[in-house]
Ligand binder design. Structure first.
Ligand SMILES: Cc1cc2nc3c(=O)[nH]c(=O)nc-3n(C[C@H](O)[C@H](O)[C@H](O)COP(=O)(O)O)c2cc1C
Length: 399
């Protein structure tokens, strides 16, 4: 039996926690689980806003029915078609055969494609309004945040933005559902890891959506993952603005690959020089130990980056190659890059990392360091110089 959670007198949270799934999208680790949020508005008409991942449907239906009892659902608003939210659409339709499924012109073909549902569909356009009685819903398209059909729904009377995946976070809602019921800073890292890895490629569509929504008076943001935000609205909009415009802070991520420790030693020496030059935020990651989602999340936070890799079969170390490919695929912008490499007979890792930095139009710190065999005096000094130069570049940008 679940206690209903109210956003307002007639608007309820009916989302669920998933603490069992190891990998979100079978890719991203979930050490703190994930919440699939769904909401229901109980008015003259009943509207359900998004559903949940199908594996969680039993809990979801219990919650939903504890709110609406025997009343039918009139509208199912599909803000986003990803299966973690649209996964239960078919079942809702079977249980409530008269429900009208509401989406935009990109949603409805997906409803047909995924569920073979072709009737009782209702297409809405930018700015359209749906009257539920006391409550009125407005729809705004947010294409490529981060799927093409994504839209958000604004409830006018309570001024709640149902924002689909935007402003979402990994992590379950452990009793506290609203940001002011918890230490919200606990969610910052998981929110950024969610944004950077899932949405991060689509900075410019996010910017467009933020501009579009800036005219709305928003009192609450109800995303499909993570806490409902009502006390940190400006802060999270600011965070999204920074991340989507690739605005970073002072600090350095050092990501290295190393089989025998030669490249790691170069990274350590460089890190020490960066610290001595006055940079306080340094995050060093072994790409073979730490999942790339955490490294990418910190790359979205800090401007400085050092990539260090041995040459491996004439290429980058495979785990560095994987990270490099993700960064390239995401089009991560505006970083200062220091490059380190180690080899034994013919080095190519520095060349490859330079190509990556150039492809992403990053500022590459001069004099990348490539050492043959173990680290010796001359290259040791070069690593120190590189670290100092990177730190000075970041410090020069203060204010
Ligand atoms: C499987 C394998 C492939 C390698 N391929 C190359 C190569 O193509 N060119 C080269 O110069 N060194 C190559 N090496 C040597 C390493 O790049 C070199 O030992 C380097 O110093 C290792 O750095 P680490 O101690 O950080 O792992 C290879 C080593 C291994 C184990």
């Amino acid at each position: 039996m679940y206690q209903p959670v109210q956003l307002s007198e007639d608007i309820f949270y009916v989302g669920v926690n998933d603490r069992r799934t190891e990998l979100f999208e079978n890719m991203w680790p979930l050490p703190r689980g994930v919440a699939y949020n769904s909401y229901v508005i109980k008015d003259e008409k009943i509207a359900l806003l998004d559903t949940v991942e199908i594996g969680q449907v039993e809990k979801f239906l219990k919650k939903l029915q504890s709110v609406i009892g025997d009343r039918p659902i009139d509208y199912l608003i599909v803000n986003h078609m990803e299966p973690d939210h649209a996964g239960s659409v078919n079942l809702i339709r079977q249980l409530y055969p008269d429900v009208k499924i509401v989406g935009n012109k990109k949603t409805l073909p997906m409803i047909e494609g995924f569920f073979e549902i072709t009737d009782n569909l209702m297409e809405v356009k930018e700015g359209d309004e749906l009257d539920l009685g006391k409550h009125k819903l407005q729809f705004y398209l947010a294409p490529m945040v981060h799927w093409p059909e994504t839209m958000v729904t604004y409830e006018e009377t309570q001024k709640i933005l149902f924002s689909a995946d935007a402003f979402g976070s990994f992590g379950t809602l452990d009793g506290s559902i609203f940001d002011d019921e918890m230490d919200f800073s606990y969610f910052h890292d998981e929110m950024r890891r969610y944004y950077s890895n899932i949405v991060g490629k689509y900075g410019s569509p996010v910017q467009k959506a933020l501009k579009k929504l800036s005219g709305l008076d928003i009192k609450m943001i109800a995303s499909t993952h993570g806490p409902i935000i009502r006390s940190h609205i400006e802060e999270v909009i600011g965070m999204y603005d920074d991340w989507s415009s690739f605005k970073t802070g002072e600090g350095v991520v050092i990501a290295f690959a190393s089989m025998y420790g030669n490249t790691e030693e170069m990274a350590e020496v460089t890190a020490r020089a960066i610290a001595e030059a006055g940079i306080k935020e340094i995050r060093m990651y072994d790409v073979s130990k730490t999942h790339s989602s955490y490294i990418i999340s910190d790359i979205f936070k800090y401007k400085g980056l050092v990539l260090a890799s041995p040459t491996y079969s004439n290429e980058l170390h495979p785990n560095m190659e994987a990270l490099a490919n993700k960064l390239k695929h995401m089009g991560v912008k505006d970083h200062c890059l220091g490059i380190l490499g180690s080899y034994t007979w013919a080095g190519t890792s520095v060349k490859r990392l330079t190509e990556l930095g150039e492809a992403l139009k990053w500022e590459i710190i001069e004099n990348s360091v490539e050492e043959k065999h173990t680290l010796k005096k001359q290259k040791y000094e070069e690593c120190r110089r590189l670290g100092k130069a990177l730190a000075e570049k970041l410090i020069a940008e203060r204010n």
